[in-house]
Design a protein around this ligand. Structure first.
Ligand code: OFO
Length: 202
């Protein structure tokens, strides 16, 4: 049985995961508008993953006999001025999600709710992966955004193709492997802008 404190925090996390799905779907739409189809496909796929994160929490709460609540989901404004600004917002969003998961873990331990503590370990591991994934995307985008960086990136790509024999490094990063999403209309991006955006509430 969940305490009221844990239930409130779990339901807050349900809402945040729904918020993540909305945010990444909106980012996907913005990226399509900038003709960045592969990045758009990545964010669209990631929106689906966020829905799964939400449903895992939803099912856990219901299995305890408590009532899962989705709540009002924040609507993200598509006001990014460049793909780098968008990636910064996505990375910062993941940092905020990690903070929220860590707070839940702290509370579960403090209340000796070992079932919820155990359940949350999946999210702890997932946030490690997501911080790495989004951080890596942002870092690469910043490198490629400069002339020197493009040369470095090209050098690294040549090493991967010609001399590297480690299988996992022979493959392109996951977000570069996906096919393009459908095109809709054209737009412009400003690669020099710096602006953060995330769902409300954190
Ligand atoms: Fe992106 O991990 Fe859930 O929110």
């Amino acid at each position: 049985m969940l305490s009221n404190t844990i239930l409130d925090k779990l339901n807050h996390q349900v809402n945040l995961e729904a918020c993540s799905a909305h945010l990444y779907l909106q980012m996907s739409a913005w990226l399509i508008s900038q003709e960045l189809d592969s990045a758009a496909a990545f964010f669209r796929q990631h929106a689906e993953e966020e829905k799964q994160h939400m449903m895992k929490l939803f099912d856990y709460i219901n299995e305890t006999g408590a009532l899962a609540l989705i709540g009002d989901v924040a609507t993200p404004a598509p006001e990014w001025k460049s793909h780098i600004e968008l990636l910064e917002a996505a990375y910062n969003h993941e940092l905020a999600i990690t903070k929220s998961i860590n707070d839940l873990v702290d509370t579960a331990l403090r209340e000796k709710d070992y079932s919820t503590f155990q359940f949350l370990q999946w999210y702890v591991a997932e946030q490690h992966e997501e911080e790495h994934l989004f951080g890596s995307m942002l870092h690469k985008a910043r490198i490629i955004n400069t002339v020197d960086g493009r040369a470095l990136f090209r050098f690294d790509e040549e090493v991967r193709k010609s001399v590297l024999h480690h299988e996992h490094l022979q493959q392109k990063p996951m977000f570069l492997q996906m096919g393009p999403a459908p095109k809709h209309h054209e737009g412009h991006d400003d690669p020099h802008a710096r602006h953060q955006h995330s769902c409300s509430g954190h």
